[in-house]
Ligand binder design. Structure first.
Ligand code: NIG
Ligand code: FE
Length: 398
């Protein structure tokens, strides 16, 4: 699909997509396809009237973790809140205990399973954050497990260091020393070893202050790493404006973002990563200011936020459905939010569109209209997934 003013989907009917050496070489109606595209060595996939989209880009996940938090969720169903559980040492810190205790092989096996589920649903690029280690060794282990999971699954994994996710118990009375550890050891080591593509921080009352997050993201920039920010999820802490001021690629969550925050993001071209799975799973009622993002021209991205505490969501398609039903995105906005709007948040300008020269990351679907990608709930219409020109799912030749 390509962008066209008269058609939000940019659809080309009865189309051919020609791929070689991992890149899209030609896209257009079959009747116009140059004869030279088809040689005796050409392998064809006949999609029998199905649709092709760019491979989905899930730009915000925390899918490397030990254990899970089903028990905590049951307590929340009885009335306990996410913040109460976090302040009592559960929440993120309970996953930190399980992740520190997990050996590398089991961490990798469970991460690979979750990544495989996303690929089964059409993802070819997935961002994965650390943030359940909160010590140097475990944070680096999470990042290297994320990279290995991507290599095993045959898709692109973009990694983000989230050392500033929560204050670990051993630093309970010494926030400044923990921030020193993040800024003087974790960020430099992750950058030196090439294990992180970006750095994120959780700006929230139960996590880190705007000043603390600013220090972390400024350190990231000094090490050549891109910035992201968990902002305004549970309260308006001015996170959106902070992300904009620091030149972050995105601010994420944003349920409580003010209009001033939206304006600052528009000005700085900071994307809004919307995470309706977390909104749904935490039973939130305050929606992000989608109308304001739309009119200010802030790019809207949709992601699963796959994590054990606030969004145990393994279906990018259900995230698209939630984005439409809960947040009021149009289906075309939602799909753009997991394709062409999502790739730049990861600095990956070579994908997210099906155009000549783009990386050949494609998802093929048995649907009659692309709106159906957002319409079905718990149904997976994927027929094939192509990553870097390789068929990674549904290899049936036509
Ligand atoms: O994106 N908001 C902070 N971090 C995650 C949740 C992490 C957790 O609860 O384990 C999120 O929602
Ligand atoms: Fe998150």
């Amino acid at each position: 699909m390509v962008e066209r003013a008269d058609d939000p989907w940019g659809a080309i009917r009865d189309a051919v997509v020609a791929v070689s050496d991992g890149f899209v070489r030609w896209v257009g109606p079959e009747v116009d396809a140059p004869a030279r595209l088809l040689t005796s060595a050409t392998r064809t996939l006949d999609l029998r009237g199905g649709w092709v989209t760019p491979g989905l880009v899930d730009a915000h996940t925390h899918l490397v973790f030990g254990g899970n938090r089903a028990d905590e969720w049951e307590r929340r169903l009885q009335g306990a809140t996410y913040e109460e559980i976090a302040r009592a040492g559960g929440g993120i810190l309970s996953t930190v205990r399980a992740t520190r205790a997990a050996d590398r092989e089991s961490l990798l096996a469970s991460a690979e399973d979750r990544l495989t589920t996303l690929v089964d649903h059409g993802c070819t690029t997935v961002e994965i954050k650390s943030g359940y280690g909160l010590d140097l060794a475990t944070e680096l282990r999470m990042l290297s497990v994320a990279r290995d999971a991507g290599a095993r699954a045959g898709v692109t994994v973009s990694t983000t260091l989230l050392g500033a996710h929560a204050l670990p118990p051993e630093y309970r009375d010494d926030r400044a020393s923990y921030l020193d550890l993040v800024c003087r050891e974790m960020i430099p080591e992750a950058a030196r070893l090439g294990l992180a593509d970006a750095v994120d921080a959780f700006c929230e009352g139960i996590a880190f202050t705007p000043a603390e997050c600013a220090r972390v993201l400024e350190t990231a920039a000094a090490h050549g790493l891109a910035a992201r920010l968990h902002a305004d999820q549970l309260s308006d802490g001015g996170g959106a404006a902070l992300a904009a001021r620091l030149g972050a690629r995105s601010a994420d969550h944003l349920e409580h973002t003010s209009l001033a925050g939206v304006e600052a993001m528009a000005e700085a071209n900071t994307a809004a990563v919307l995470l309706p799975g977390a909104y749904h799973f935490l039973g939130e009622t305050q929606r992000p200011p989608v109308g304001a993002f739309r009119s200010a021209g802030v790019p809207m991205v949709v992601a699963t936020d796959l994590n054990p505490g606030s969004s145990p969501l393994g279906s990018p398609l259900l995230a698209l459905n939630f984005a439409c039903v809960l947040f009021g995105l149009t289906p075309a906005e939602a799909v753009a939010g997991m394709t062409r709007a999502a790739a730049p948040v990861l600095g990956l300008e070579d994908r997210g569109r099906v155009v000549p020269g783009a990386r050949a990351d494609l998802a093929c679907w048995a649907v009659r209209t692309p709106a159906e990608l957002c319409y079905w709930m718990g149904v997976n219409p994927v027929t094939a997934v192509v990553a870097g020109g390789e068929v990674v799912r549904g290899a049936a030749d036509g």
